[in-house]
Design a protein around this ligand. Structure first.
Ligand code: F6P
Length: 321
């Protein structure tokens, strides 16, 4: 029987994390559970930075970006000693279970907690949408929309100057944000880490072809996991004579008020996490699959590698004609 649940956010923050925390707190209290807020991720768990959360602790948080519990990337948690001391601190605060909101690195931490006897449930929260067990991760929609609005603005100036803009978007080793915005912004080419590319075939040739069809400016979306933005810009200039400029969108993509989609999915996922804990589930990751909120074993979730959509890659090519 679970009586006290801890909740933490870990790794890169993502818009919508507050909505997930709020759902954990309010669903938990509605089910007569105590909910403890663990500040600054796993580091805060080790350090005992823990406070009980009430219904009012989460008032006015739904619309705010970031995470009010704050986040951290914790090196100490990579060691057995770190995990053991985290569990001891959790016991001091009477926690029977912990909800971890974060990405795959955070879930590896959750798996270690679980292997040492703590009951855990993970909620996928990362702008990268790179967790295979779920179609959706909290923060992805807001990040895509933020990037899309920025790229629209970049297109205005690229068009005025008949330039090529190379826009680098976040995603760590994954190209999901890059591919999505390349469709949303009508990019002339997209380069993602999941697919090998050649500057001549995948960038220079499409630019020449677009120019021959009457285009006078070009947007190339580059996933950060590929890197080499400056190298690509000079190759474009050298091979086509077209002026090329680099914009790296960076952390702007991680901030901002969450979109409706992020608030709604985060709320559903937060509530589901508490419901399955109350039913006695352990070591599971909450997921959105085919429009339904579900959950799968953490061990299984961590073995999967999310692929990039081949049909969306093909779509960007056709739509850039
Ligand atoms: O995982 C989210 C993310 O924003 C990635 O897209 C990016 O590569 C990384 O975090 C940056 O991490 P940090 O906040 O440690 O610089």
């Amino acid at each position: 029987m679970i009586k006290t649940v801890g909740v933490l956010t870990s790794g890169g923050d993502a818009p919508g994390m507050n909505a997930a925390i709020r759902a954990v707190v309010r669903t938990g209290i509605a089910m007569d559970l105590r909910v403890m807020g663990i500040y600054q991720g796993y580091q805060g768990l080790i350090n005992g930075e823990i406070k009980e959360l009430t219904l009012r602790s989460v008032s006015d948080t739904l619309q705010r970006g970031g995470t009010f519990l704050q986040s951290a990337r914790c090196k100490a948690f990579m060691t057995e000693k770190g995990v053991k001391s985290a569990i001891e601190v959790a016991k001091v605060f009477g926690m029977d279970a912990i909800v971890v909101i974060g990405g795959d690195g955070s879930f590896r931490g959750a798996r270690e907690l679980s292997r040492m006897g703590m009951t855990v449930v993970g909620i996928p929260g990362t702008i990268d949408n790179d967790i295979d067990c779920t179609d959706y991760t909290i923060g992805y929609d807001t990040a895509m929309n933020t990037a899309m609005e920025a790229i629209d603005k970049i297109r205005d100036t690229a068009s005025s100057h008949q330039r090529c803009s190379i826009v680098e978007v976040m995603g760590r080793g994954a190209g999901h944000i890059a591919l999505s915005v390349s469709i949303a912004n009508g990019a002339e080419a997209v380069i993602v880490p999941e697919k090998e590319y050649s500057i001549d075939e995948d960038i220079v040739k499409p630019i020449f072809e677009c120019r021959n069809r009457g285009k006078n400016h070009y947007i190339i979306i580059l996933a950060e996991g590929v890197g080499k933005a400056d190298e690509i810009a000079s190759a474009i200039h050298q091979k086509t004579g077209i002026d090329a400029r680099v914009s790296i969108l960076g952390y702007i993509q991680r901030g901002g008020s969450p979109t409706a989609r992020d608030r709604i999915e985060a709320s559903r996922m937060g509530a589901h996490a508490v419901e399955i804990l109350a039913k006695g589930c352990d070591s599971r990751i909450v997921a959105l699959k085919d429009g339904m909120i579900t959950d799968i074993p953490i061990e299984e979730a961590l073995q999967m590698k999310k692929e990039i959509s081949k049909s969306d890659l093909a779509l960007t090519k056709v739509l850039s004609l």
